[in-house]
Ligand binder design. Structure first.
Ligand code: ADP
Ligand code: MG
Length: 701
């Protein structure tokens, strides 16, 4: 018998080699690597550094200077974790440098780091030094512990810093990555055609991959990163473009042509001149509705900019064609308010309006659902929750979603699964950065209301000292006597938050037996039933109540034009966006508004938030400030919108590449619908693997 030479392994086989078979990895280390998600050679290759250390810039303490990234060797002298109040902490570590001098490393809110700094531990720290009094300080530097086994002086140049797990050291991971690169780089297949790389000035993968791990210098690192950032954004944008395409070709919404006659009939209902922004948005909406593919439009406009009018226009256009429309809100209070506004506007029309609320008696609800299913109702107003369950429409043509910044791809997909294929109008008062609209809302068209209705009055905002209380209440009462109304806002009452609950009641008691004794004061909070909330809101709207003591229940969308006064208690406990939303409740009519905030900011960040809040009423400016203070994460994290997180791209840093990727993706999908050409099969697979499910691309291509 002849011995057969074993077949050469394919690239795919090589890439799926278990890490254990890479040089320098035994079973024990393989287990540790698995904890980081590294099971195969490919996992290792694409395990990108979270940071780099610049050993070309190793300095002694007396050579440090402000501004640039530098590294310095030190031995831990002392580590101290200090509580800075409000659940925050500062970790300060004093190091003795090789030349005998001292410097400090500082980390905020990362108490878990403490255990890494045992006295005598040798480390290399990289960061931008700042002189703080006597000592040089590195804030949030990257750190590498120098273990016994590690070569004393690491090599020159930029070294990668990887996420680690207990028991694994930087140099372990570096060694494994190096081994994987040596073994596999030469058999990696390029994703992009050559002309493409040339056109976009991107490094090919065999050059970029080694360089993102072990760059020769900054310039090489930039080139390598650029390639992978572009690739990641391009794949995402291809997903978005494919989804748009699928919507246009597979989804058929009823075309609702807005004829001049319909247009005139609708406009006659509005009791005021529309702003230029409203005109433009309505034109966008009317054009969308006339098409056979569903409208997918995001309407952005600061609080009070008059988004409701645009929604009403769209709904009436649907009804004019004999279809139904639904308006969804995040809260019941807002649902009821919209139902009332619509009721007033439509009182002389034949439009049949229903408001579906959570607290409705079952029998009443059943009847209403039957009417909706039979097409006996034209407009349904209700909360997201109510409408996502069991409502069956007779002929639904339009879904309007109010005050929603979380209404990303996933939530809309849920509605579609319910068998609906309507036009969509999503409205939000939260200014969304362009980069976010291009990604999370990438399949939406955007209209923006930049101007306010002309009658809108300015709101003056004050950050008050505690000893100014008496003076503020004097002013508050004088305005009440002049006929105005006002809010007193205290932080949210949580079910479990007994302490805060009593403080709301106490605040109420203190006011009605104190400064507001002579006035009619109501109380509203999240634990009340919707009927109770309703009754109180109605009393406030009608003027029966002059003051509303409330939690952030009033935050979203409530519209009582005669309310011009607002006291915000414990202002430091609200986020900036929330404060802005709250303030948006006043100054909505023809009288100027006055907002006073009492606060005990416990951190620098809280102080900055309050300062920003007082300095401007421009929601777009405040949103920018908010992103600077908190980063885009909380509000616009990809995860809560249902998209997998970006691995290398950063939406604030990579805006330009994002635009390029978006343009390129749109062009490619236009030239090759569904990416069906063999030349694009690989790209298509990559898009499907990452975004196929969340973007519901299953039926593409
Ligand atoms: P938001 O964009 O916050 O939802 P609304 O639609 O509730 O704003 O409008 C805020 C207030 O402004 C409402 O009382 C509304 O009637 C009024 N309004 C809207 N558009 C105009 C306009 N063009 N001229 C005057 N008032 C307007
Ligand atoms: Mg609104």
């Amino acid at each position: 018998m002849r011995a057969m030479a074993p077949p050469e392994p394919t690239t795919a086989e090589l890439l799926s080699t278990p890490v254990q078979f890479l040089p320098g990895v035994g079973p024990q280390r393989a287990e540790l690597l698995a904890k980081l998600g590294l099971k195969t050679a490919a996992d290792v290759l694409f395990f990108f550094p979270r940071d780099y250390q610049d050993f070309a810039q190793v300095r002694s303490v007396d050579q440090l200077e402000e501004g640039t990234l530098q590294s310095v060797y030190g031995t831990v002298e002392e580590a101290e974790l200090r509580d800075s109040g409000g659940g925050k902490c500062v970790l300060g570590v004093l190091f003795r440098a090789t030349d005998g001098g001292f410097f400090r490393g500082v980390w905020f809110n990362q108490p878990f780091l403490l255990k890494q700094f045992s006295r005598g531990q040798r480390m290399v720290l990289s960061g931008k030094p700042k002189l703080n009094g006597l000592f040089w300080e590195l804030i949030h530097p990257s750190i590498v512990s120098l273990g016994d086994e590690e070569p004393e002086e690491p090599e020159e140049g930029l070294l990668p810093v990887y996420p680690l797990t207990e028991g694994l050291r930087q140099w372990h991971v570096r060694r494994v990555v190096r081994a994987a690169l040596e073994k596999l780089t030469d058999c990696l297949d390029e994703v992009f055609p050559n002309e493409y790389l040339a056109k976009h000035n991107l490094w090919p993968i065999r050059q970029a991959l080694p360089a993102i791990h072990f760059p020769e210098d900054r310039a090489a690192l930039d080139k390598a990163q650029r390639r992978f950032v572009y690739q990641e954004l391009f794949i995402l944008q291809l997903g978005v473009a494919l989804r748009r395409q699928a919507q246009h070709s597979n989804c058929h919404a009823p075309p609702l042509e807005v004829t001049p006659k319909i247009d005139a009939r609708i406009r006659r209902l509005f009791p005021f001149e529309l702003t230029a922004g409203q005109q433009a948005a309505i034109a966008d909406v009317a054009a969308d509705l006339g098409r056979e593919s569903p409208m997918n439009r995001l309407l952005q406009g600061d609080v009070g900019s008059g988004k409701t009018v645009v929604a009403v226009y769209a709904m009436l256009a649907a009804i004019a064609h004999g279809f139904q429309a639904v308006l969804m809100t995040p809260t019941e209070v807002l649902a009821r308010q919209h139902a009332q506004t619509l009721g007033r506007l439509l009182s002389k029309s034949h439009v049949r309006l229903a408001s579906l609320t959570g607290g409705m008696p079952a029998g009443e609800r059943r009847v209403m659902l039957e009417q909706i299913a039979a097409g006996e109702i034209d407009v349904v107003v209700g909360t997201h929750a109510v409408l996502q369950e069991d409502v069956v429409f007779h002929k639904l043509a339009l879904v309007v979603i109010d005050e929603q910044h979380k209404f990303g791809v996933r939530q809309r997909a849920a509605l579609r699964r319910a068998g609906l294929d309507p036009h969509y109008l999503v409205m939000t008062a939260t200014p969304i950065p362009r980069t976010v609209t291009m990604t999370l809302f990438g399949d939406l068209d955007v209209s923006i209301l930049r101007d306010m209705p002309p009658s809108r009055q300015p709101v003056k905002t004050y950050l008050a000292e505690p000893d100014q209380r008496a003076k503020w209440w004097d002013f508050f009462c004088r305005k009440l006597r002049e006929g105005r109304q006002g809010y007193v806002v205290t932080p949210l009452v949580e079910e479990s938050d007994q302490l805060a609950a009593t403080s709301l009641d106490e605040a109420y008691e203190a006011l009605v037996h104190g400064p507001l004794e002579a006035f009619r004061v109501g109380l509203i909070h999240g634990r009340m039933s919707s009927q109770e909330k309703d009754a109180v809101m109605e009393d406030f709207r009608s003027g029966k109540l002059q003051v509303l003591v409330c939690t952030s229940v009033v935050e979203v969308g409530v519209d009582v034009p005669n309310a011009t006064l607002m006291t915000i208690e414990s202002g430091h406990r609200f986020g900036l966006a929330q404060l802005h939303q709250l303030r948006g409740r006043i100054g909505r009519g023809s009288y100027p508004g006055f907002c006073t905030v009492f606060a005990e900011p416990e951190s620098e960040e809280a102080q900055k938030r309050l300062d920003a809040f007082v300095s401007t009423t421009d929601g777009f400016v405040l949103a920018e400030e908010d992103f600077k203070l908190r980063g885009p994460g909380e509000l616009f994290g990809t995860r809560q919108h249902g998209l997998p997180p970006l691995r290398v791209a950063d939406l604030t840093r990579d805006e330009k590449l994002l635009e390029e990727a978006r343009r390129d993706a749109a062009a490619l999908v236009a030239s090759d619908p569904g990416l069906a050409l063999p030349a694009h099969a690989r790209l298509q697979r990559m898009v499907m693997a990452r975004y196929g499910k969340v973007l519901e691309l299953a039926d593409v291509g």
